[in-house]
Structures are given as C-alpha cells and as structure tokens.
Design a protein around this ligand. Structure first.
Ligand SMILES: Nc1ncnc2c1ncn2[C@@H]1O[C@H](COP(=O)(O)OP(=O)(O)OP(=O)(O)O)[C@@H](O)[C@H]1O
Length: 593
C-alpha cells in the first residue's frame, strides 16, 4: 500500500538537490576523501621507489634530483613517507568527521521535514496509508540514508579515485603491461551494473515488506486488549509470522543476488592480477621493465582491482539508500490536498457565526454522506444535532474543521468561506471534543493544557473543575502529575472524556463542538457537566451532537439528521409537538410508550 507519490527524477539527484545548502560541506568532505585516498595509495609508489633506490642506486629516480648517495636517498624517502602518513591521518580525520556530521544533519532535517509535511497532509491520507508504513519511512528509511552518508559516499569516492589514480599511473609508467591489468575492469563494470539493475527492485520490495510488518506490529500493539479478549493470540502470531516470512523471503531474494556478486567479481579480478604477475615478470626478464616498476605494479594491481570487489557492498548500500530516498522523497512530494487559504481570522475578532450552505460530501469514492445540507448557526447560539448512527453528524463537524473538503456548496464562518481562511486560524477558533478522545502519553495537567501550552496551573485546575474532572484527578496517585499512559489507557472512558472537555474549555474557543462528549459518563456526572457547560456555552457558538437527548434538550435549536439530510428542526418542545422522529426517540429514551 504505497499511496505516497513516487518521483520520476533519479533519487540521487533528488538527494543532492535536497542537500543544496550543504554543498560547501559536501565539496570539502569530497576533496579530503580524494586526498586521503591518494595518500593511502602512496605507500605502493614508495615501495617502488625504495626498490628503485636499492637496485639502481646512483641511477635511481631520486638520484636524478641530485642526491646520489643511497643512504641520503633512503632518508629522503623515509621523510616523505612520514609526511604522507601524517597527511593521510589528518585528511581521514577531516573527511570522516565531515561526512558523519553531514549524515547527522541530513537525517535530522529530513526526518523533521518529512514529519512536518506529513502533519500537513489531510486526514484521508492517513486513512489510506498505514501508520506502520509511515513509521518505517520516518525511521528505517531515514536511518538507511544516514548510514549511506556516514560511510557509503566516502567509499564511492575512494573507489573512483583509486581507479583513476592507479589506472592512470599504470598507463603512464608501463603502457605495455597496463592494458592487462585494466582489461578486466569493463567486465567488472558491466557486471556491477547488471547486478545493480537486478538488486534495485529487490531492495524496493524489501523496504515495502518492512513497511507491512511495521504496520502489522503497530496495529497489533495498539489493539492488544482486543486480541486478548478474543484469545486471538495464535491467529495474530500467525499473521505476524506470514508478514515476517514475506520480509525474510524478500530479503533472501536480494541476498542471493548480492552474495553472488563478490565471488563472480573476484574471479575476474584474479585474471588481471595473474596477467600482470606473469607478463610483467616476462617484461622484466626481457629488460623491458625495471624491477622497481614491476614490484610497484604487482603490489598496486591489487589496489586497482580489489576495490571492484567491494563494489558489491558499495552498490548494496547505494541501492538500499536510493530505495529509501525514493520513499522519503515520495512522502515529501505528496501534494497537500487541503491547502491553507490566505485570509486571516484573528481569534479575538471571531463572532462564531457558522453557515453550511447546500453542502454535499462523500468520502473518497463512496456514496454521498451529506446531501445538499444547509444549516445556519447564529453567533453565540447553541445547537444540538441528533440522528441515527451513520447519518453524518460527525462528518458535518469534521467538514467545519476542514479535515475533509466539501464536494459541493460552501461552509462559512463569520461569512467567509473556510477555504479562504488560514487553516491554523480556522482551527484555533474551534474547540472540538471528539467521539474518541485521544490523550497523549504524559501527565493529566499536560493533557488538559494540550493546545493551550501557556496555561497556568490554576487555569488548568479551573478548567478541570468546570469539566467535573477535578475531584477524580485529585484521587489519582499523583493528582495532576499522574501519567495517563499511552492514549490515556490508565483512565476510564468517562474520565478521559472529562479531560478532553477540560482541554476544550481551557482553549476557550469562539466555536465549541461537543461530539458525544459526555456519552461515557454516568447520568449524575453528566448533569453536573451540563450545568458547567450551560455557563461555558453562554454566548459561545456551540454544536452538540448526542444520542442521549437530555444532553441537547435545552439547545436553541435541535436538528434531526437522517441519511445525510436534516429532516426536522426546532426547539425541544416544537419537535415534540411535531411528533416525528425526535418525538419518538424522546418517548423511547424517557420510557413513555
Ligand atoms: N473516514 C471515513 N472514510 C469513509 N467513510 C467514512 C469515514 N468516516 C465515516 N464514514 C462513513 O460516513 C457515514 C457517516 O459517518 P459519521 O461518523 O458522520 O456518522 P454519525 O452520524 O456521526 O454516526 P454516529 O452516531 O455513529 O457517530 C457512515 O456511513 C460512515 O461509514
């Protein structure tokens, strides 16, 4: 299930483009990596020169700069060696530190960017994409990229430098034998490209499978109580096993290809080595090559060819990183289907007039949930919405919050189409107590102050008192500092609801939405909450959705919904007099037959 978009541009280009602001660091790190590789290759040349000194003595290469004494030549060579080793260590320190810090910066920024973008996406995106898949992008894929930048980028540069430097030296020093050593490289190149082509889709599949298993695990952990109550442990273990097995199988397919690479390449490498060893030796015997050059060549041919063998792990890391880049960039490329408008709606100026004008809405690809629905809530009015389950009540308020976009008609707040408003400002002026309350892992006080982060402790307590939550909070082990557990699971449903009400009260919004906000509390507590709410909702636009009619009976206007339409509306008494759906519901609930 990959509903994030996949860009057509090569992921490496995307990554480089993304790292644009770090170009100076990238260039410096690359330069020092190349320098370090050259210093690292130097000992082979130095060995060649050493052999040249002891064999050729006053005719050696160093002798040509004026030092004919062998001891003097060796002393110069030793000093040169010391200098090169020092530079090698220094350059290694510099490039290693730069690449690794860059990896940290990039993973930090990418994760933050990806998360920030994700937060901007509409609710339906999250309904399509599983949490596990998104988690695996935010964690695994970004960590994969971090590993690649940590060492992979340097490995690639080291490889290219070695090949160019050693290959170039070969051609310059001994063009007759050089071609023998270089001969296998096109085969190795061709081979690695072929392997790379075969590996890429396999790693993409591995990443997808990792996403599936993450999603299964995340789902099961949050539904653990359901699993236990249905004694579905064996069933779930089986499902995890199947996903895990699919992940293993997918990895196996990638491993088979990647593991075959090394032996295959080694076979080609060894032919180059043997050829240099044999034909180079023949050239020395025929006085066509000096012993020093031969020694250098035999030693260095391995430095030229063996990196081709490590090409497999470099390719491996590269392919994994590119698969991850594709997924992360795909997420970053996902267009925001509900963009913010530009018009400002300062909180202090909001009157709270809400007008739903002929709205029609259907969830993605489904039949209409709301049809030509119109509703006008004057500023400061309290309205109640009732209706059969699934009639579209919650959908209506979610549209007001602009979680989804209406297909037809418009929603106006203070006479302005909400699509024109800045999304943040629209949502800041609405307090929403949803049907399924979500509490964050943290203390009771932190949860009440969620969204009102500057609230003082006394303001938090005041809100809790109005929500009839203060008493029970005081009885918790650490009072307001009690940790509520993930999703507030250490509290009862009714307690969670009261904390959510306190949260909305503390926010003090011009428009308050209570969607079955007191459905889980007992009648007595509800009556107490109603008393507080009567105070809070005074002169504040309030939309209360309830199945329990006593909750909304005192509303200025009650709307009865059926199949996405308003079928009755009026005050409690008017609706009873109408003797329609509301009246019959009221009779059922109050026990009148
Ligand atoms: N995210 C969604 N994606 C697809 N369909 C949805 C989604 N949310 C709700 N629906 C469908 O929309 C219809 C209206 O749902 P809604 O939650 O608005 O009803 P409701 O009147 O609030 O019901 P209840 O009283 O049970 O809370 C239902 O048929 C439901 O299946």
């Amino acid at each position: 299930m990959t509903s994030y978009s996949i860009s057509k541009q090569h992921p490496l280009l995307r990554l480089l483009n993304y790292a644009k602001s770090y170009r100076p660091q990238v260039w410096t790190a690359a330069t020092f990596t190349i320098l370090n590789t050259i210093f690292d290759l130097a000992p082979a040349y130095l060995i060649g020169v050493a052999v040249d000194i002891v064999v050729e003595q006053e005719n050696s290469i160093i002798a040509q700069i004026g030092i004919t004494n062998t001891i003097g030549q060796l002393a110069i060579l030793s000093l040169l060696t010391l200098l090169i080793w020092t530079l090698e260590s220094l350059s290694e320190f510099i490039y290693d530190r730069l690449w690794r810090n860059l990896a940290q910066t990039m993973q930090h920024e990418l994760r933050l960017d990806a998360y920030s973008h994700l937060q901007e996406l509409e609710l339906s995106y999250f309904e399509e994409c599983s949490t596990g898949t998104l988690l695996s992008i935010l964690n695994d894929d970004i960590n994969q990229l971090e590993r690649f930048l940590d060492s992979g980028a340097a490995s690639i540069l080291q490889f290219i430098t070695t090949v160019l430097f050693v290959g170039g030296s070969f051609i310059l020093i001994a063009p007759n034998v050089a071609w023998l050593a270089v001969l296998p490289t096109p085969f190795i190149f061709w081979g690695s490209l072929a392997f790379q082509k075969r590996l890429a889709p396999r790693y993409a599949d591995v990443r997808d499978k990792a996403g599936f298993i993450n999603s299964r695990l995340a789902n099961n952990l949050s539904g653990i109580a359901t699993i236990k109550s249905f004694t579905a442990e064996t069933y779930e273990r089986e499902r995890v096993l199947l996903d895990s097995e699919a992940y293993r199988r997918s990895n196996r397919k990638a491993i088979t290809v990647s593991a075959a690479f090394f032996p295959a390449i080694r076979f080609v490498v060894v032919t180059g080595f043997i050829a240099t060893l044999f034909f180079g030796g023949v050239a020395v015997a025929n006085n066509q090559l000096t012993v020093g050059t031969y020694g250098f060549m035999v030693f260095i041919v391995q430095r030229l060819l063996w990196p081709f063998a490590s090409l497999s792990s470099i390719m491996d890391q590269y392919q994994r990183a590119m698969a991850s880049t594709r997924r992360v960039m795909g997420l970053l490329d996902t267009t925001i289907a509900i963009p913010t408008g530009n018009r400002s709606l300062p909180l202090k100026t909001v009157r709270g007039e809400v007008h739903l004008d002929n709205i029609t809405f259907a969830y993605n690809g489904r039949t209409n949930v709301l049809k030509d629905l119109s509703l006008h809530i004057p500023s400061g009015a309290n309205i109640g919405i009732v209706g059969a389950t699934g009639s579209g009540k919650s959908t209506l308020v979610k549209l007001l919050l602009r979680f989804y976009e209406v297909q037809d008609g418009q929603i106006l707040v203070d006479g302005i189409d909400i699509r024109e408003l800045q999304l943040g400002e629209l949502r800041r002026c609405i307090g929403w107590v949803s049907q399924d309350v979500f509490l964050f892992h943290g203390t009771v006080a932190e949860n009440i102050a969620y969204g009102s982060f500057d609230a003082s402790h006394s303001e938090i307590i005041h809100a809790a008192k109005l929500a009839q939550a203060h008493e029970f909070i005081l009885q918790l082990p650490q009072g307001y500092d009690t940790i509520v557990g993930e999703r507030g699971q250490k509290l009862s449903g009714g307690q969670r609801q009261r904390i959510a009400i306190a949260r909305a009260i503390l926010k003090d919004p011009p428009i308050l939405i209570l969607d079955e906000a007191t459905s889980a509390v007992d009648n007595e507590t509800e009556a107490a909450i109603q008393k507080s709410l009567a105070m809070i909702t005074k002169n504040r636009t309030t939309i209360a959705i309830a199945h329990r009619l006593s909750t909304i009976r005192h509303s200025h206007c009650i709307y009865v919904m059926e199949k996405g339409q308003i079928v009755e509306q009026g005050k409690h008494e008017d609706l009873l007099a109408l003797d329609g759906i509301y009246a019959s519901l009221w009779r059922v609930q109050s026990g009148i037959h």
